[in-house]
Design a protein around this ligand. Structure first.
Ligand code: DQA
Length: 163
């Protein structure tokens, strides 16, 4: 191996073993202060820090994106299709119950995903019982609070690293 090649491989970190994208829909930027009796006291940055640390330990990259705008979430899903994202964890929040367009974007990129909700949407108002995402999801986690994201990440890591 030449000197320059040896130097380059020492400087270039190995590619991540897996890329996981975590998408958060509207109002989830307010986690920790928004209706804490329903959504808990954990903030979005707490959730991201824990997922990032767990991902790093497994050699994976975990990226988080939150938006209050449907079109921005759709743009992020479309971009994931050409970025080599292996797995998506998504809490569509209020868009869960309304967004055919986000569902279509996930179908278009064909990246496997787990749907997460902090609250148990089936124990709440009837309009929250239907999700446009669940029937195409690899799995759905709801009612476990912030832990649901970690459970989804464990599944995403085992799915992407061992299949
Ligand atoms: C939510 C449940 C949705 O019904 C609600 O609109 C949200 C959050 C949850 O995480 O429990 O914004 O997705």
């Amino acid at each position: 191996m030449t000197q320059s090649k040896r130097k380059k491989s020492a400087e270039t970190p190995p590619p991540p073993k897996a890329r996981v994208l975590v998408l958060h829909g509207p109002n989830l930027n307010l986690l920790g202060v928004r209706e804490p009796e329903i959504y808990g006291h954990t903030t979005l940055s707490d959730i991201h820090a824990a997922m990032d640390a767990r991902g790093r330990a497994a050699g994976a990259v975990v990226e988080s994106f939150q938006s209050n705008h449907e079109g921005q979430l759709i743009d992020r899903i479309q971009a994931a299709g050409s970025e080599g994202v292996d797995f998506i964890i998504i809490n569509p929040a209020g868009y869960t119950h309304t967004s055919v367009a986000m569902r279509d974007a996930l179908a278009a990129v064909a990246i496997p995903y787990v749907e997460v909700h902090l609250s148990n949407i089936h124990a709440r108002e009837p309009f929250r019982h239907h999700s446009y995402f669940s029937d195409r999801a690899a799995g759905v986690i709801c009612g476990l609070g912030a832990y649901g994201y970690m459970a989804a990440l464990e599944f995403a890591l085992s799915h992407t690293l061992h299949t």
